[in-house]
Design a protein around this ligand. Structure first.
Ligand SMILES: Nc1ncnc2c1ncn2[C@@H]1O[C@H](COP(=O)(O)OP(=O)(O)OP(=O)(O)O)[C@@H](O)[C@H]1O
Ligand SMILES: [Mg+2]
Length: 385
C-alpha cells in the first residue's frame, strides 16, 4: 500500500462550497493534521475520504487505486467521529469488538485485542457497561478503542479528544501516536487546536473557508507562514500584529509607528522594496522579544521597544508577560521569556530587544506575507505531483 491522495476535492451543499479544491498526499506511516477554525470544511473532507459524503468533483486514490466511487465498507477505514457514534444498545466490549467481528476476525484475536485496547484507553473497568452508563469522555475513549483495535488501510480522526480533560487528552494523544507508529498506516487527524496539530502532525494543513492556506511541518508554518491568517493561527500565545509604515532612509528601511522604530535587516530590503512608503502589518512572535542583557544578538536603539508590564504569568519554562506599548494609542502585546521575570516588574517600563531577523511582514489588504511565499514545501509538492 502506498500513499493516500486527495486530488482537487470539492464539496458543494447547494450554493455553499464547503470544500473548495483540496489536494494532499499522505504517505505510509505519515500523519496529516487538518487544522482550522469551525466551519472551514475539516469534517466534510474526512467524510468524503471515508465515502460517507459523495464528492462534487475531484478524486480519492489509495495507492494506485481510484477509490472515489467505492462504498465506505470497501475502503477499509477506521474512523473516530467528532460525536463518537458508538452503538447505544451494545456493551463497551461489543462496541470495541464490532469492527473486528464485522470483518470476520477470528475469535481468539478478538479476545486478545479488545481487552488490550480497553486497557490502553483506561476503559477496561467498563467493558460490561452500556454507553449510557458512561461519561462523555469515557464514551469518546470507547470510540477510540473501537477504531484502533482494527488493522485498517487509513485511520481518520475527527477531533477525537474534544471531550477529554487536559490530563487524559495528553495521554490519549500519546497513545494515538504510539499506535500510529506501530501500525505504520497513513492517518488523517482533524482538530481546531493548533497545539494538538503541532504535537501530532508530520504534516499540517491549515484550512480556511474550504481551502488549504498552507501545508508543511509545524516548523514551516511557525517560522515561514505565507499569510497573516496562518501566522496568527499557529503559535501560542499568538503572534503580535502592528500597523507600521515602511520608511526608507538611504539604503536602510525602517518599520515605524508611534511606539516603535525598527531597522529591518538588510536581507529583507529587496523583498519589501515595493512597499516602502506604505503601511503594512508587522508580526512579532512573543518569543522574539528579549531582555536586552540576555539577547543572543547585538542590541541598540534600532531593535528595541519599550513595554509597560501589566501582568506576569509564570510558565513551565519562564514567564509570559502581558505588556502595553507606551505611545498614546497604547497597544497590548505578549512576550514570552525563558527566564522568570520577578513580580516586582509589574507596573514598570522595560526595554525589550527584538530579534528583527525573525520579523514577519504582511500586505495590509491581502494578508500575504512579503517575506515567505512557499505554500507547500518542495518535498511535499513533488510527492503530491
Ligand atoms: N450536510 C450539509 N448541508 C449543508 N451544509 C453543510 C453540511 N455539512 C456541512 N455543511 C457546511 O459546510 C461547512 C463546513 O462544515 P464542516 O462540518 O466540514 O466544518 P468543520 O471544519 O468540521 O467545523 P467544526 O470545527 O465546527 O467541526 C460549514 O459551513 C457547514 O455549515
Ligand atoms: Mg467538524
Amino acid at each position: 500500500m502506498s500513499a493516500i491522495a486527495a486530488q482537487h476535492l470539492v464539496k458543494r451543499f447547494k450554493e455553499k462550497v464547503a470544500v473548495d479544491d483540496i489536494s494532499f498526499e499522505v504517505p505510509e506511516g505519515h500523519m496529516l493534521v487538518l487544522v482550522g477554525p469551525s466551519g472551514c470544511g475539516k469534517t466534510t473532507t474526512l467524510r468524503m475520504l471515508a465515502g460517507l459524503e459523495p464528492v462534487s468533483s475531484g478524486a480519492i486514490r489509495f495507492g494506485e487505486r481510484d477509490m472515489t466511487e467505492i462504498r465506505p465498507r470497501d475502503r477499509n477505514l477506521a474512523m473516530v467521529f467528532q460525536d463518537y457514534a458508538i452503538f447505544p444498545h451494545m456493551t463497551v466490549y461489543e462496541n470495541i469488538a464490532y469492527g473486528l467481528r464485522s470483518r470476520h476476525a477470528p475469535g481468539a484475536l478478538i479476545k486478545q485485542r479488545v481487552p488490550d485496547a480497553a486497557r490502553l484507553f483506561h476503559i477496561d473497568p467498563f467493558l460490561k457497561r452500556k454507553p449510557r452508563q458512561l461519561s462523555g469522555g469515557e464514551r469518546q475513549r470507547v470510540a477510540l478503542a473501537r477504531a484502533l483495535v482494527r488493522d485498517a488501510t487509513l485511520y481518520l480522526y475527527d477531533e477525537p479528544l474534544a471531550n477529554l480533560d487536559a490530563q487524559l487528552r495528553l495521554e490519549a494523544r500519546e497513545d494515538i501516536l504510539l499506535l500510529h507508529r506501530q501500525k505504520g498506516m497513513p492517518s488523517i487527524y482533524v482538530t481546531h487546536d493548533q497545539s494538538e496539530a503541532m504535537a501530532l502532525g508530520d504534516t499540517i494543513a491549515v484550512m480556511r473557508d474550504g481551502q488549504i492556506q498552507q501545508m508543511g511541518s509545524g516548523q514551516d508554518l511557525y517560522e515561514r507562514p505565507i499569510n497573516e491568517f496562518v501566522a496568527f493561527f499557529i503559535g501560542t500565545p499568538s503572534i503580535n500584529l502592528f500597523d507600521v509604515d515602511l520608511v526608507a532612509d538611504g539604503e536602510d528601511i525602517w518599520a515605524r509607528n508611534a511606539g516603535m522604530d525598527l531597522l529591518l535587516p538588510a536581507e529583507l530590503r529587496e523583498k519589501v522594496a515595493s512597499y516602502v512608503g506604505k503601511q503594512v502589518r508587522l508580526g512579532i512572535r512573543p518569543e522574539d522579544y528579549h531582555v536586552p542583557k540576555k539577547a543572543p544578538f547585538p542590541v541598540g536603539e534600532e531593535n528595541t521597544v519599550q513595554g509597560y508590564v501589566n501582568v506576569i504569568e509564570p510558565t513551565s519554562v519562564g514567564s509570559t508577560v502581558y505588556c502595553t506599548s507606551l505611545e498614546e494609542e497604547a497597544k497590548d502585546f505578549t512576550v514570552t521569556f525563558k527566564l522568570r521575570l520577578p513580580a516586582s516588574y509589574i507596573g514598570k517600563e522595560i526595554p525589550l530587544a527584538i530579534n528583527t531577523r525573525k520579523l514577519h511582514l504582511f500586505d495590509k489588504e491581502t494578508g500575504a506575507s512579503l517575506i515567505h511565499s512557499v505554500k507547500v514545501p518542495i518535498a511535499l509538492s513533488e510527492k503530491a505531483g
